[in-house]
Write a protein that binds this ligand. Structure first.
Ligand code: SF4
Length: 724
């Protein structure tokens, strides 16, 4: 104390808080922790365990308990083993001061820009990270331009394909429209410098001068951001980039390895002060960790008494660094030591309570079940007593069922809230006039027709309004492989005579790796090796099989990814056909390539006369009112599927109607459904309503359409159906 005083630290005597009254549950519990003496708790409300089905309800319960305190929370300390965001919200709803220990903050999300700027310099490129960078709410690239780049990535997840330069060309054109040539060129170069910085191996590292340039660019961008809109974020970003710059300069290395860069970023962001996280002045106090409660408090609330103590800090040291630290006498805490320290802190929380100790345990958090706290196991012999259970273990749900609930010595009185009915799912919608006007003069494609026939409301939202659902991420899994297979087919199937299958196979093998890097980069990421190896082996074989099949039918290739358009009697029809072939007599035919695990869906579609895509392509390539032949070529199964009599099929499916018949049905349904829209009516087929609209349809709406639809929140369809 004298040393502290002499160093100028103000030292005040700690206010004495009387020990718990003898014979109370709290005194019994503290004695048990001190000398192991075991006695039954009586349920006098000094030790209470609140159990809630959800963290939300737990927060409501604690907030109600605090709100019913005549002392406005004075003398109460909340010990948090994590985040208090939910509790803060519940307190704020009651006009009580918040605790300010909420981990996520608007500033944190702003820091993503720093981490993502560095994440895109590594090889192999992680397109997901690049997409995140482009879709940041606060991004160095203007949203309209970043939108073009994000769309290119979704089309081809990589930066070496055709979509990426196409997006830059669109941006260049956009800049020309918006500003003077010189200014536009400068801005274009600046935007390119954010995402085209070169790619470096994580092990050998990024050159330090490039890392420094990124820091300076970030600092310059943050400094130029609006002080009014982004004041705290702006200042914090400048602070982080400066400390990074200083650290890089101090390193004095030519390159910085990926792991080292991660450590520096973590440290710089972690140490940053966050002005958005602050407690409000009030009687109630909070500490962020059980070990931070160092003096007695009248009432202690242990919020989120559910996990196994403080989470172990991530270890940023590798073996060599740990050895170097040990050689310098610096040894990080071992897991055993950390566990011992945790236990000491837990006991100290219980021993510091003087009038009441509340453990609050949500049974689930974010939908996940929580585990019991290890300290709860130590206290189990006392807490599981048969006497006074009602007062010791309080289910928070009691607050929802009773008007008066006693918790830890306080009577909480609840009042019924007004019931607000949630919006109901709706099958029939009245459309605004502006939307109705947009249904005129439309161009339809196979996809838009499929959407319309499946669900007219989905077609309206996706194709007329232009909404994209929440699943607008990068293509993954089968879709990514499908896109890659299409690119590979385009690379090896030149117009003209069908090449020899062996040469197709050899060429596909030679092209494969380059194409993956340019257009399917997620396959190069760790964890995807098996998938990549499978595709590398199967795709060239599949394309060789396609070539052999087309050769056996005497076909020649007219082109791949051929854009077609035509009048469909009432609307314009457009489409891009994967492979257009010509038979020996010069007749055109369409081959639609599919990469999918099973052929069942396509067989059913053909059998039910609902192969809308094939019917559309046939119509686009046909003449004199007749559709051209068309077939699916299933690359994984190496079969060509179409209706009976198709010159392209290796497997003919007996169908309810042929492809010309399917097209007639599509056209008739289009007339019925567009008529409905033009009368101002939207029909969500997933709900099965609209029977009284007396629609004259050939193909029924698809009630399963909702399973893969991402617009269910708008039509409010029950989630169990979308999850089915
Ligand atoms: S969720 Fe179902 S009903 Fe709603 S728009 Fe999508 S397909 Fe139509």
């Amino acid at each position: 104390m004298s040393a502290l005083r002499s160093a100028g630290v103000p030292v005040h005597p700690v206010e004495a808080v009387p020990c718990p009254a003898a014979g109370t549950d709290l005194a019994i519990l503290q004695r048990f922790l001190s000398d192991g003496h075991r006695e039954c708790l009586r349920g006098d409300g000094t030790v209470v365990e609140i159990e809630a089905g959800t963290a939300l309800l737990a927060a409501e319960c604690v907030a109600e308990w605090v709100a019913s305190d005549p002392d406005a929370g004075r003398g109460t300390v909340v010990v948090s083993d994590g985040d208090t965001a939910l509790l803060d919200q519940a307190l704020a709803r009651r006009g009580l001061p918040v605790l300010g220990l909420s981990a996520p903050s608007p500033l944190r999300s702003g820091f993503q820009v720093i981490a993502l700027c560095f994440a895109v310099v590594w090889k192999p490129l992680d397109p997901e990270k690049l997409l995140e960078f482009l879709t940041l709410p606060l991004s160095p690239i203007a949203p309209w331009a970043a939108g073009h780049l994000a769309a290119a990535l979704r089309e081809e997840p990589g930066t070496g394909g055709a979509a990426w330069p196409r997006a830059w060309a669109l941006i260049e054109a956009g800049l020309r429209e918006r500003m003077e040539a010189d200014e536009g060129r400068e801005l274009l170069e600046e935007w390119q410098s954010w995402v085209q910085v070169g790619r470096f191996e994580r092990v050998s590292g990024v050159p330090t001068d490039i890392a420094l340039a990124i820091c300076r660019r970030l600092a310059g961008w943050a400094a130029a951001a609006s002080e009014v809109e982004h004041g705290p974020l702006r200042r914090s970003l400048v602070e982080v980039t400066r400390s990074l710059e200083a650290a890089l300069a101090m390193l004095g290395q030519a390159t910085v390895a990926g792991r080292q860069m991660d450590q520096m970023l973590f440290q710089a962001i972690e140490d940053l002060s966050d002005s958005a996280r602050c407690a409000e002045v009030g009687g109630i106090r909070a500490v962020a960790d059980p070990g931070a409660l160092w003096r007695p408090a009248s009432r202690v609330v242990w919020w989120r008494f559910a996990r196994g103590g403080s989470r172990p800090a991530p270890c940023h040291w590798d073996e060599a660094e740990l050895a170097a630290l040990a050689a310098s006498g610096c040894r990080p805490e071992s897991p055993v030591e950390a566990a011992r320290r945790d236990e000491m802190h837990w006991r100290s929380v219980a021993l510091h309570a003087r009038q009441a100790l509340l453990f609050v345990r949500p049974e689930t958090e974010c939908g996940d079940e929580t585990a019991r706290h290890p300290f709860a196991h130590q206290l189990a012999p006392l807490l599981t007593t048969q006497v006074g259970q009602q007062a010791i273990r309080v289910p928070a749900e009691r607050l929802l069922a009773r008007r008066h609930v006693r918790i830890a010595g306080r009577m909480i009185t609840r009042a019924a809230a007004d019931v607000v009915a949630l919006p109901k799912a709706q099958a029939v919608w009245e459309l605004p006039r502006a939307l109705v006007a947009r249904t005129r003069g439309r161009c339809e494609s196979a996809t838009s027709l499929e959407d319309m026939i499946g669900c007219q409301f989905r077609w309206l939202l996706r194709h007329v309004v232009g909404l994209r659902g929440s699943r607008a991420g990068l293509p993954d899994g089968e879709r990514l492989l499908g896109n890659l297979a299409h690119e590979l087919a385009r690379a090896v199937l030149d117009p003209g005579t069908i090449p020899d299958p062996d040469s197709v196979r050899a060429r596909a093998r030679a092209e494969f790796d380059g194409l993956v890097e340019r257009t399917a980069a997620p396959l190069l990421l760790p964890g995807r090796a098996a998938e990549l190896a499978h595709a590398r082996q199967r795709m060239p074989e599949a394309l060789a099989a396609l070539a052999a099949h087309l050769q056996s039918r005497g076909m020649a290739i007219e082109g791949t990814e051929v854009d077609c358009a035509g009048d469909a009697g009432g609307f314009r029809l457009v489409g891009r056909v994967d492979v257009v072939v010509r038979d020996p007599a010069g007749g055109r035919a369409a081959v639609d390539l599919k990469w999918s695990r099973s052929a069942a869906r396509r067989r059913i579609e053909l059998a039910e006369g609902r192969a809308i895509q094939l019917a559309t392509y046939g119509r686009l390539l046909g003449s004199a009112g007749r559709g051209a032949p068309s077939a699916y070529f299933l690359l994984r199964q190496r079969i060509a599927l179409s209706t009976s009599g198709s010159p392209l099929a290796t497997e003919e499916v007996a169908a309810l109607r042929d492809l010309d018949g399917t097209w007639e049905a599509v056209a008739a349904d289009w007339r019925a459904l567009i008529g409905l829209a033009r009368h101002g009516i939207g029909l969500a087929s997933g709900l099965g309503g609209g029977a009284d609209l007396a629609l004259d349809r050939v193909l029924a709406g698809d009630r399963d359409a909702c399973v893969s639809c991402d617009l269910s929140r708008l039509c409010r369809i029950p989630s169990k159906r979308t999850a089915a």
